[in-house]
Design a protein around this ligand. Structure first.
Ligand code: GLN
Length: 497
């Protein structure tokens, strides 16, 4: 059976429009493939078969009635959503026991927009609990495995989103990124992951982690596919007060190349202790490739970026503490039975409903916001944020985008990193981008020389100039012809017809 999830957006849309195959065939092939392939990967927490087939039939009906124009830019494209995004007719668990039984009562804007653009919704994807983590190991429902090596993590927190695309179980997925959660798993799984500028995609209906940093974005196998998806899900939404009407066509500059483009490189990132040689070599190779394509490199300084991790691990937990207060076992969430008073019900329900890392973030946030402590930590972290934002503004006066590593190393083995502070270092090159509200994306550039595992490079753009990094990424992508689907998954696992 053909595995249509291995196709690109344009291929699927055009094929359906030309009646080479139907949306129902696409949906059915993807569902059969997931049933076979996901036993190895565990990217999906829920497969929404009825929703997928229903949407496919709607598209097929529109095509057969000649209403092609109504079908949208993702017509027939198999997508799946991170499980912190509400979708009518599905559970939204955030990979937590706390929300294991929760069913969405409405749809997130990004989900509704993707479906409104014709996407076929295959299901909901595994993640680190409430998006805290870099490995998907903190999921209450068990970890997702990296399709390139199932003994290794797919990254996180959008590990299911990256693994589903890398194993050709979906063409496009949506993830969320608060400190690196789209870019780091994209890098670990060898796919494209775009965290747009803060405000480009509405977060309405997406369970909040740190609301001043959270952003939704697409993961896909090519820059073009990601740009199509971003066109579908972006735009002003008055239900997210930080949403911005960018009116950008993210596909507009895909073919423009980088001739004459000034690209920044941050020496402190390249010399960072902990950056693996094979990752550094890939970033240098990408720089050479961009130069060959006509870009000019300029060294830029981000003098306060070294404080980004500290600021992030103050601001993030403080906001998470506040956002997670709503899971009180009364209005939402797991309720531990048999308690005589509310206090002990809260304590037992939250104690049992949240996993260890989530409890750690809540307790840290609670402490950091307490009287006397607030001034020592939260206030300086907010000041650091202003300084980092200013650093980036100055850098972007000289360059159109910045090339950097995504993450210091390739995918690690399960259980390899047990110290939470070492896990946090996965995000050393990504968090400053969220802090400043810029766009950032990971582009796969082949396999590392030592590990043989996928490596991504990061492109960073000024806020609301995401098309700059997409333009550079599309040009750079043309220098690599490596496969984007992990070995053994392209043909699908559903067997011959
Ligand atoms: N890994 C980071 C953290 O644990 C980032 C998570 C994210 O972007 N959601 O906080």
């Amino acid at each position: 059976m053909t595995n249509f999830a291995a196709y690109g957006v344009r291929e699927i849309r055009d094929g359906i429009a030309a009646k080479d195959f139907s949306a129902r065939e696409v949906a059915a092939s993807c569902l059969a493939n997931i049933a076979a392939a996901d036993t190895e990967v565990h990217a999906f927490l829920e497969v929404s078969e009825a929703l997928a087939l229903g949407q496919a039939d709607k598209i097929d009906a529109a095509i057969s009635e000649g209403r092609l124009a109504e079908c949208g830019i993702l017509a027939g494209v198999p997508v799946a959503f991170k499980d912190n995004m509400n979708q009518l007719g599905t559970h939204t668990t955030c990979s937590s026991r706390m929300l294991a039984e929760y069913r969405s009562s409405y749809g997130a804007t990004c989900v509704e927009k993707a479906i409104g653009a014709g996407a076929i919704p295959l299901g909901k994807l595994n993640m680190d609990e409430f998006a805290f983590g870099s490995s998907t190991e903190t999921s209450y429902f068990g970890a997702t495995r990296n399709p390139w090596d199932t003994g290794r993590v797919p990254g996180g927190s959008s590990g299911g989103s990256a693994a589903a695309v890398a194993s050709a179980q979906a063409c496009v997925t949506l993830g969320s990124d608060t400190g690196g959660s789209i870019r780091q798993p994209a890098s670990f799984c060898g796919v494209v992951g775009v965290k747009p500028s803060y405000g480009v995609v509405s977060r309405y209906g997406v369970v909040g982690f740190a609301s001043s940093l959270d952003q939704v974005g697409p993961l896909a196998r090519t820059v073009e596919d990601a740009a199509f998806a971003l066109n579908a899900i972006s735009g002003l939404d008055l239900r997210d007060c930080m949403s911005k009407d960018t009116q950008t066509d993210f596909t507009a500059r895909l073919a423009e190349g980088v001739s004459g483009m000034r690209v920044g490189i941050v020496p402190a990132f390249m010399e960072a202790p902990g950056l693996d040689g094979e990752v550094k070599a890939k970033v240098e190779e990408a720089a050479e490739n961009l130069e060959k394509l006509g870009a000019t490199f300029v060294e830029v300084d981000l003098p306060h970026a070294q404080a980004a991790m500290s600021a992030y691990y103050v601001l993030g937990p403080c906001e998470a503490f506040s956002n997670l207060a709503r899971f009180d076992s009364v209005r939402y969430g797991y309720c531990d039975p048999g308690h005589a008073d509310l206090g002990s019900q809260y304590e037992a329900s939250r104690g049992k409903g949240f996993g260890m890392e989530t409890c750690r973030r809540i307790m840290l946030g609670s402490y950091l916001l307490s009287a006397g402590v607030y001034d020592t930590y939260y206030y300086p972290a907010a000041q650091v944020r202003t300084l980092i934002t200013h650093d980036y503004r100055q850098a972007f006066e000289k360059v159109a985008c910045i090339l950097a590593p995504v993450t210091p190393r390739t995918a690690f083995r399960f259980g390899e990193i047990s110290d939470p502070t070492l896990m946090y270092l996965s995000d050393m090159f990504t968090v400053s981008v969220n802090i400043a509200g810029n766009g950032g994306m990971s582009l796969p550039v082949g396999l590392g020389a030592d590990s043989g595992l996928p490596v991504g490079v990061q492109l960073i753009s000024p806020q609301f100039k995401d098309e700059n990094m997409i333009q550079a990424a599309a040009a750079l992508e043309s220098c690599y012809d490596h496969v984007r689907i992990a070995p053994g998954f392209a043909e699908g696992k559903a067997g011959a017809r």
